[in-house]
Design a protein around this ligand. Structure first.
Ligand SMILES: NC(=O)c1ccc[n+]([C@@H]2O[C@H](COP(=O)([O-])OP(=O)(O)OC[C@H]3O[C@@H](n4cnc5c(N)ncnc54)[C@H](OP(=O)(O)O)[C@@H]3O)[C@@H](O)[C@H]2O)c1
Length: 370
């Protein structure tokens, strides 16, 4: 396999290092805008050098962002090259374009590192689908949020202190909004649901609530009730209806999700025969993530393409009713079941209704009670 590697940052450099001693995979050209030289690969600043190189059969996209990643990946596919990417935003956003294109051109397209980083989650979903129907996917998919929530719970830090620590350790970006507002998890659960259920979810109907409004007082409140707050994604297929959402969720102490420390992920599927299977590990980091990119290259060498056939477009239906912890906001759309100090716990209310209310009350904090 001869590779054109797009991007030489955290993931790209990791891929280069892992394949350095391999005979079956060779990084032939690297797209990098900095002035660097590499012992075994040509470095170029011009994507056309990779696109027009007929000896390159596979492009690894490790630049991140939507543009020009999308244009480069699409052009590479038009030129007949297989794709491996770690870019969840790219795959979730352009799913309806890129996956049918790969199918129609008979190309291999893999993105295991896009969800769970170092955890082989999507390839396990692929294996699972061979034997059983998957009823539910989801869990803790964002290490930045887990680090912040874990530090608040275990060390009693407030949100700002925990975020600063996460930034100092390289777990959170200078602008953390994609992670803390749940957008990163949103991309991941949409992509996981598409693959697990063999559909194409209408993204506009999938709500995401993040953790940026949580306070140290909320966390104390949860502890007093034996609960731990985690950012949880859910994708479900029940009676042919898909339900997909992301929200802070209060988990009983002692449940597996409640115990997930630091920046780790815990992603779970519930299948027809297997019942619950959970996958725990590093959701990010240079070598864990690059490891799965290289696993994808191996899968392509073994003839594996995308994880599931491209499926029909579906609109989500989030009518499941849950009780929610709510602090702040006006005109709550559900009756109050309990008062928890400065917050309340509602009677059951549909996920879609509480998220619609949150849009009108963006300063409020909500957490579902598991
Ligand atoms: N880091 C992780 O642990 C991890 C885990 C799972 C998935 N991912 C995903 O993997 C992708 C890459 O992440 P990363 O952490 O490796 O990012 P990164 O460290 O910022 O690396 C991206 C590299 O691509 C370069 N780049 C951007 N646009 C380019 C262009 N037009 N031409 C050439 N080079 C370009 C960047 O250069 P400049 O710095 O000069 O812009 C940078 O060196 C993202 O989609 C991310 O979501 C990352």
């Amino acid at each position: 396999m001869k590779i054109g590697l797009l991007g030489f940052g955290v993931v790209g450099r990791g891929v280069y290092d892992i394949v350095a001693d391999r005979d079956d995979i060779q990084v032939a050209k690297v797209l990098c805008l900095e002035d660097i030289t590499l012992p075994d690969a040509e470095v170029t600043k011009n994507f056309q050098d990779i696109l027009n190189d007929d000896t390159i059969d596979t492009v690894i996209e490790a630049m991140g962002g939507l543009h020009p990643a999308y244009e480069f990946v699409r052009a590479a596919m038009e030129a007949g090259k297989n794709i491996v990417t770690s870019n969840k935003a790219l795959v979730a956003t352009f799913y309806d374009d890129l996956i049918p294109l790969a199918e129609s051109k008979g190309l291999k397209f893999r993105c295991t590192a896009a969800v769970g980083g170092g955890i082989g989650w999507l390839s396990e979903v692929e294996r699972s689908r061979r034997i059983q129907k998957i009823h539910k996917v989801g869990g803790i998919m964002n290490g930045t949020c887990n680090y912040i929530l874990d530090s608040m719970t275990r060390l009693g830090l407030d949100y700002g202190e925990a975020l600063k620590q996460a930034q100092a350790l390289g777990y959170a970006e200078a602008n953390p909004s994609t992670d803390v507002e749940g957008i990163d998890t949103w991309h991941k659960v949409i992509l996981s649901s598409n693959i697990a259920f063999g559909v194409s979810i209408d993204k506009a109907g999938v709500p995401a609530a993040g953790i940026s409004r949580i306070t140290a007082a909320d966390v104390e409140n949860f502890k007093a009730h034996g609960l731990v707050c985690k950012l949880i994604s859910t994708g479900k297929l029940v009676d042919g209806k898909c339900s997909v959402y992301v929200q802070p969720t209060l988990i009983p102490q002692g449940d597996p999700e409640a115990a997930v420390p630091s920046n780790y992920n815990l992603i779970t599927l519930i299948g027809q025969w297997s019942d619950r299977m959970s996958f725990y590990g590093q959701g990010a980091g240079r070598y864990p993530t690059a490891y799965n990119v290289v696993q994808d290259c191996q899968d392509i060498l073994l003839g594996r393409g995308f994880y599931s056939p491209y499926g029909e477009k579906v609109t989500v239906c989030n009518d499941e009713k849950l009780c929610f912890y709510v602090r702040g906001g006006k005109d709550l759309p559900a009756a109050v079941a309990e008062n928890w100090g400065s917050a309340v716990v509602t009677e059951p209310i549909s996920v879609s209704a509480i998220h619609a209310w949150l849009k009108e009350n963006p300063d409020a904090f909500i957490a579902a009670i598991a």
